[in-house]
Design a binder for this molecule. Structure first.
Ligand code: ZN
Length: 71
């Protein structure tokens, strides 16, 4: 979370972060799948926050401010 002035409602806010699956998550998922792990292991990247993109949203007006991408 970072402090930020929301461009939509002009409030000084601290962003709310939500992990969302990103390019890196899908690449790892595909990579594990191709490597021959078929029993749900390819879903592991979706459970690891450090592999996810992070969406920052304004807690006041709920607008998406920016998306932090791993790639
Ligand atoms: Zn706002």
């Amino acid at each position: 979370p970072v402090q930020f002035t929301c461009p939509y409602c002009m409030n000084r806010i601290v962003t709310v972060t939500t992990p969302v699956p990103g390019v890196l998550t899908w690449l790892l998922c595909t990579g594990i799948f191709v490597a021959g792990c078929f029993l749900g292991c390819c879903l592991v990247p979706f459970c690891v926050d450090s592999l996810m993109d992070v969406r920052h949203t304004c807690p006041v007006c709920r607008q998406e401010l920016f998306l932090y991408k791993r790639l």
